[in-house]
Design a protein around this ligand. Structure first.
Ligand code: UDP
Length: 331
């Protein structure tokens, strides 16, 4: 299939491009390079440098390339930033998705695979989280994605020749096993990269955002899925989409790790006893989130393969140690 990958120069999008190539598909990357990196896009994949909110350019990209499916990754994804700059998130994530849908409508593109998030569940009434768990986000990031899910669902109801999947990611981590691409955010706020920067001496310490949560060790629990598993699920789901399908899947490993457990695992992987301090809670953080990933397994036979947290951290460490400046200045 010919696949337009919005956010193709980003962390997950760039891994998706490679997974699509490996599976014999023809991806086209679409990215405004505001947070993505040109160097993350494989040389043989065309990159359209434009904003998803530019609906005319996006429509032309879909029409000119005969696109069969949009994988829509382009978004901002920092919970803390979304609390400080909510309008930035509604603009880029929700308005951006509206523009993607308008372009899809104009071009009559038949398929969409959308990056949603476990942040749409907010503080869930129970863990593990199933797809029917109530969605009540507690931060603007989660809400900007939930609004997008609603728009997509309403649009899908108006078109019988359209199918979509909303994939609700838990915490995505790790890097491609060939060591070619990885995670490069500026500023970096995600836990595993922050820890690895501390292990590599690139930051003084790791601050644990609260140790008074109602969890066994007091720190937040998350479900860390390897990025290679995540993108392989996208390819599988896209290939399974039949006209007028509406599929919603959690993408996680089905197990939670606390912040302390991640720190301990990173100490074992790196052999470095980096400095850790306990700080206050971060606004917008739920105590515990982990998935029940059984729906995608039951319906498509897919499940995550890389479920050992040390393996996930090791693959990220390989990238960070070889690329201390990320992609450097190659924007
Ligand atoms: N976290 C932390 N210190 C950091 C970064 C993150 O204690 O420097 C915690 C954060 O409070 C959350 C977990 O690690 O409980 C994962 O946070 P991250 O930002 O990686 O992903 P999120 O869950 O917000 O999508």
């Amino acid at each position: 299939m010919r696949v337009l990958v919005t956010g193709g120069a980003g962390y997950i999008g760039s891994h998706a491009l490679r997974a699509l190539l490996r599976a014999g598909h023809s991806p086209v990357a679409y990215d405004n390079l505001s947070r993505g990196h040109r160097a993350a896009v494989p040389k043989d994949v065309p990159l359209i440098e434009a904003d998803i909110r530019d609906t005319d350019v996006l429509t032309a990209a879909l029409k000119d390339n005969g696109i069969d499916c949009v994988m829509h990754f382009a978004a901002f994804a920092y919970v803390g930033e979304s609390v400080e700059l909510p309008l930035l998130y509604y603009n880029n994530n929700s308005r951006g998705t509206l523009s993607v849908l308008e372009a899809i409508d104009r071009a009559r593109t038949p398929r969409l695979v959308f990056s949603s998030t476990c942040a749409t569940y907010g503080n869930p009434p129970q863990n593990p989280i199933v797809e029917t768990t109530v969605q009540r986000p507690i931060n603007p990031y989660g809400m900007s994605k939930l609004v997008s899910e609603y728009m997509i669902s309403d649009y899908a109801a108006s078109r019988s020749d359209f199918s979509y999947a909303a994939l609700r990611y838990f915490n995505v981590a790790g890097s491609s096993f060939d060591g070619e691409i990885g995670e490069d955010h500026d500023p970096e706020t995600h836990l595993i990269p922050v820890i690895l920067q501390a292990a590599l001496g690139r930051r003084e310490k790791v601050t644990v955002f609260g140790d008074d949560y109602p969890t066994p060790d007091g720190t937040c629990i998350r479900d860390y899925i390897h990025v290679e598993d995540l993108v392989s699920a996208h390819v599988r789901v896209m290939e399974a989409l039949k006209p007028s399908d509406r599929r919603i899947y959690n993408l996680g490993i089905g197990r939670g790790h606390s912040v302390r457990e991640i720190i301990d695992a990173a100490r074992r992987v790196t052999g470095v006893d980096f400095k850790v301090e306990i700080g206050p809670r971060r606004a917008g953080d739920p105590a515990s989130l982990y998935s029940d990933p059984s729906r995608i397994h039951e319906e498509l036979g897919w499940r995550a393969q890389h479920t050992d947290i040390e393996e996930t951290i090791r693959s990220a460490y390989q990238w960070f140690s070889k690329n201390p400046n990320g992609y450097g200045d190659a924007r």
